[in-house]
Design a protein around this ligand. Structure first.
Ligand code: SF4
Length: 624
């Protein structure tokens, strides 16, 4: 592993701390999305602090002197073998080298011990002793080296809280006993998913319950269903379904499926076909706040399918301990294309037309920011790619469309020129050469009468391939030299340019906040171009007033093309107090603007009001 660690002299404490404090809490280091394997100590010890994500928080806290060196801290530092797997993962997502932090953490602890520093041993109290009697000694702790990884994320709206205890139960019975114990002691608790909560829902001064040990997945293929425990991440479930020839509807790859469905409801480009909110599951099991067990199919179960269009109390009604989901069939002729548009209006018309006619499986209008940050392996190349798509190619909006051969034929019949799978691969791999490619300028002249008509020329794909093929090695040229061989191999894998695979597993979406984290303003609303443009102008004005980068995110048509899910993003630096103040003001104003439009139109639902009602019935959410 030594080759992965740059010389210590090259890494000042400030540089290392900067990396540690830039972790996005996406938990991509907790899933094996690159085939490198996952941090071994994390898999074994399970607490977040044993994964790279938690080690980043731990190092930052030690370097800033907010927690002491404790027993667990020494254990955590020792358990890292500097294998470097987290470098591959984090570099892919965020262009960062966490192993520098891991090395610094080990060095910090060794230096402290060598200088005779005392190891702090937190004492057990009555509550901790009782928690340990339920889950076993290892799985409940009040050690600050563990607790630190559960005390904050990037949400700019909430006050972070350091929990007094972290507990990792492994069964329904254990969860039930813990709830009863905490209720008796009047100790607050929350359940945490895999990393970030954009709504600040995962903090408690009492107990954080981490359900990551509960990773059971049970397939019932004869009934086309799969039951997933609360510790199962989307990527893992999707991988298991794929092995059996199915697809499940999941969202962000590292998101825990149960948490994702229950908090805000799960959304993806496949929502066009598979739906939203309660469409996404067959049944779900819960432990109530009184410790009792129920499933949604029980006659006496509380009505969790209802929806109240107001900010809910930020407390979940019950703890979801499993969801049963549908296994969707996959045909062997599924393919992805990108349909370019010069304006949002035209892209919306196309997306609505397809969804209304039930053409295609997954549809998403993507803006330049999404496309460029997804495609480019580095921030530098992403900036160039944005320019290429929006200015050089004149494609500020691209509709991602996935369908079988009949759906793709329908799009061709609709007369829409498109970037097909082969051209997408050519453009992705030849991205570094596009910026200086003079022949791109000729394309506009070639299609003056009809935008993008050159895409219909049978030979265009071959010509582009010939022009760009020799530049594919440049795709990795900005990557740290020691990591380059791995990334050269990675980007030559077929799935990395396969639009169906990329949209099914969604690993590229983790790059979206590579430059800066963002607050996503997400709404359900009718596909009404003038309404969307009007609101978008208002959101843009607010962000610009507060000097915040802001971008159109995506729009996916749902509900047979009547409505859509729309994301607009405000970016901010979570380590800059001025930008935190700005984002707080801007999101407050944006929320008020969206409330005003909701009131005026009666047709807009904001996802911030769905929080903790994610399993509601679609009809209650959209129609009432
Ligand atoms: S370098 Fe350390 S923290 Fe990173 S994956 Fe390897 S063992 Fe885990």
């Amino acid at each position: 592993m030594e080759e992965f660690i740059m010389s210590d002299r090259e890494n000042t404490i400030d540089d290392v701390l900067k990396i540690a404090k830039n972790c996005r809490h996406y938990a991509m280091c907790k899933i094996d999305f690159l085939g490198t394997g996952v941090c071994a100590s994390g898999l074994e010890e399970q607490y977040v602090s044993f994964y790279p994500e938690g080690r980043m928080d731990l190092y930052a806290a030690l370097a800033e002197g907010t927690i002491p060196v404790t027993e667990k801290c020494v254990e955590i530092a020792d358990s890292c073998n500097l294998c470097g797997k987290c470098d591959f993962q984090c570099y892919f997502v965020n262009e960062m080298r966490p192993s520098k932090v891991m090395k610094a953490l080990k060095d910090h602890v060794s230096a402290y011990l060598e200088s005779g520093g005392e190891i702090v041993s937190p004492e057990d109290d009555t509550v901790l002793t009782e928690l340990k009697s339920i889950v076993g000694d290892f799985w409940a702790t009040n050690d600050s080296a563990v607790r630190i990884a559960y005390h904050h994320d990037l949400c700019p709206h909430v006050t972070f809280k350091m929990p007094q205890y972290v507990v990792m139960p492994n069964s329904h019975e254990e969860i039930s006993s813990i709830i009863r114990l905490l209720s008796n002691h009047k100790i607050p608790y929350v359940v945490r998913g895999n990393g970030a909560s954009s709504h600040g829902l995962v903090f408690s001064e009492g107990v954080v319950m981490d359900l990551n040990r509960m990773k059971n997945i049970d397939f019932d293929e004869k009934n086309w269903s799969v039951k997933a425990g609360p510790g199962v991440a989307s990527f893992t479930l999707q991988s298991e379904a794929r092995k059996r020839g199915y697809r499940v509807h999941t969202a962000e790859p590292a998101a825990l499926v149960c948490a994702n469905i229950m908090t805000s409801g799960l959304l993806s480009t496949f929502s066009t076909t598979y739906g939203i909110s309660a469409d996404n599951f067959i049944d779900a099991e819960f432990i109530g706040r009184d410790g009792s067990f129920f499933s949604l199919n029980d006659k006496a179960a509380p009505n969790l399918f209802s929806f109240n269009n107001a900010l809910s109390e930020h407390e979940a009604f019950a703890i979801c301990v499993s969801v049963s989901m549908k296994l969707h069939p996959v045909t062997d002729d599924e393919e992805g294309i990108l349909v370019p548009f010069e304006s949002l209006e035209k892209a919306l018309d196309f997306a609505r037309e397809c969804a209304t006619r039930h053409i295609g499986l997954a549809i998403g209008i993507l803006g330049g920011e999404f496309v460029s940050s997804f495609l480019a392996p580095t921030k530098k190349l992403a900036t160039e790619a944005k320019d290429i798509f929006t200015k050089k190619l004149g494609m500020p909006y691209l509709v991602l469309f996935i369908g079988d051969r009949y759906a793709l034929r329908s799009v061709r019949d609709m007369g829409q020129p498109a970037i097909d799978q082969k051209l997408f691969k050519t453009l992705s791999q030849g991205l570094p050469a596009l910026h200086s490619a003079k022949w791109l300028d000729l394309l506009k002249e070639l299609s003056e009468d009809e935008p993008f008509s050159y895409l219909r020329l049978g030979q265009f794909g071959d010509l582009a391939e010939t022009a760009l093929a020799s530049f594919s090695s440049q795709l990795t040229e900005d990557i740290d030299s020691d990591l380059r061989p791995f990334f050269e191999g990675l980007y030559s894998r077929s799935e990395m340019t396969d639009l169906v695979w990329l949209n099914t597993f969604r690993i590229l979406s983790s790059r979206y906040c590579r430059e800066k984290p963002c607050v996503a303003l997400v709404c359900y609303l009718p596909i009404d171009t003038s309404l969307i443009n009007e609101i978008q102008d208002g959101l843009r004005d607010i962000a610009e007033k507060h000097h915040l980068k802001n971008e159109f995110g995506f729009i996916t048509p749902i509900d047979s093309g009547k409505r859509c899910v729309w994301e607009y993003d405000y970016f901010f630096n979570h380590n800059d107090p001025d930008e935190i103040s700005s984002i707080q003001l801007a999101t407050h104003e944006a929320g008020a603007l969206l409330d005003e439009y909701s009131e005026k139109t009666g047709t807009i639902r904001q996802v911030r009001y769905v929080v903790n009602q994610g399993c509601c019935r679609r009809e209650n959410l959209l129609y009432l």
